[in-house]
Design a protein around this ligand. Sequence first.
Ligand code: ARG
Length: 588
Amino acid sequence: MKKFLDFITDEMKQAFAAGGYDESYAKVTLSNRPDLCEYQCNGAMAAAKVYKKKPIDIANSVVEKLQDSRCFEEVNAVMPGFINLKISKDFLAEYMNGMKNSEKLGMETVSDPKTVIVDYGGANVAKPLHVGHLRAAVIGEAIKRMGRFMGHHVIGDVHLGDWGLQMGLIIEELKDRKPELPYFDESFSGEYPKEAPFTISELEEIYPAASSKSKVDEAFRERAQEATFKLQSGYAPYRAIWQHIMNVSLKDLKKNYSNLNVEFDLWKGESDAQPYIPGMIQNLIDQGLAYESQGALVVDIAEETDTKELPPCIVRKSDGAALYATSDLATIVEREQDFKPDHYIYVVDKRQELHFTQVFRVAKKAGIVAPDRRMDFVGFGTMNGKDGKPFKTREGGVMRLEHLIADISDAAFRRIMENRTIEEEEAKETAKIVGLAALKYGDLSNQATKDYVFDIDRFTSFEGNTGPYILYTIARINSILKKFEQTCEAANETSILPPATEPEKTLTLALSRFSEVMETSYEELAPHKICAYIYELSNALNHFYHETKIIAEEDRKKQAGYIELVTLTRSVLLTCIDLLGFEAPERM
Ligand code: ARG
């Protein structure tokens, strides 16, 4: 189905052309004076300069050509040359019925689906998931789902930090605690145990203990570095411990992500990129791109058009060790080999922007990816506490994600119980769904790059621009439909009728923008635009509900039209929240 905006833009193009003006002036936008009109076109102003005419004369002649248009109910030229548009009610109804009968609510699947890699999550193995990882997971998951809805082939990769110093720290701490383990016996030649020498709760305690120790104990830190190096060079006993750490942690990580409704197609990590490093480095050297600087191997990335000076990308340290950039470049080599992606999207803390600029430029300079390949860095800001500083626990420590989720579910539970429309048992289950929605919507409704304040009271409120408000609107529709089923007679003919009142028209106008909003949000990788849209749509639905007798309506045909309209609204809302990565309870 054609996008709503395309329908009206095409009408406008024809009118400009018929008046003897270039079609390119026929750009139509949402009105910024909703009191006067619904859409507007300002093209006459730009055309005036080229055609050396008064803007109002051009506007008038275009308006004349639009008199019989089936899209508009009113078209006006106003000084100095604006064209104000009001949409025809019949046309809106036709479009609504098209949406309701189409497979994807009127959305066209893209004609040239792309292979897209979304690199998000980025958890570090053996370290607990904390709120810093929340945004990566939440935003990345939404972008992945949005891309799929457009029809692209989108692959989500968690890209674990599984190759760093934390591994050496755990190995050395384990050695101190259990020196008798075979991994630490150099003469051991048997097979290593299948069972891990620690449980997840032990592991969760080992890492922070080792990490604090390394901050005060210089010798311990050096040993950990040594162990990390040995692991990275393939020392079998340490590889065996590493495998245990991976097995135990991954199980836990998967559970945590799944509680967030976040699913990855690939559970790859930095370790998977290691085999690609030597070839990648050699390639950089052979092409004359990498050169030695103070013992390290670097690649220049500065470009003439840069507004600030960008340092070269270090691809190998002077001691021969690989760095973060090395591993990301090697990962691109691997991804090219496995998937040949058309588009790369990285959802990572915005403080890593320079790193990704360097990596993208080296990848393109070296021909690892084609120069015109789309590579996007979606950098996100920090989640702050009410004091404006990065969010902490009440004790000032790093908040674990599972505790955060528990807190917000509790808050949602209290809100639901205030309303007392459901039993406590059901309220508990519902609170989990509502809490997650509150958390995710609270995050996603902000532009990703911005910092935001985690405000549990505001996020869980049933009023205002919040997740629970959207869910509340869906629950309201559910209850209307249920009442209708129980008390009313179904009509034979069920189609959406031309809107007869202002609130009804506002609702249909909002619904008609669905495809457009989906497309723009994905194009700009901006889930917050979907949030803004469903907030507006929910407001429109609630206003319509307050102004319209649905269940008491006696005209069956009219009533059936209302029922179809709210059902369509529910489908749009449910589709959108699914793209944002949360669900709605039946009632709340
Ligand atoms: N593990 C990293 C961190 O915690 C994030 C990884 C992001 N992805 C990437 N390809 N570098 O900072």
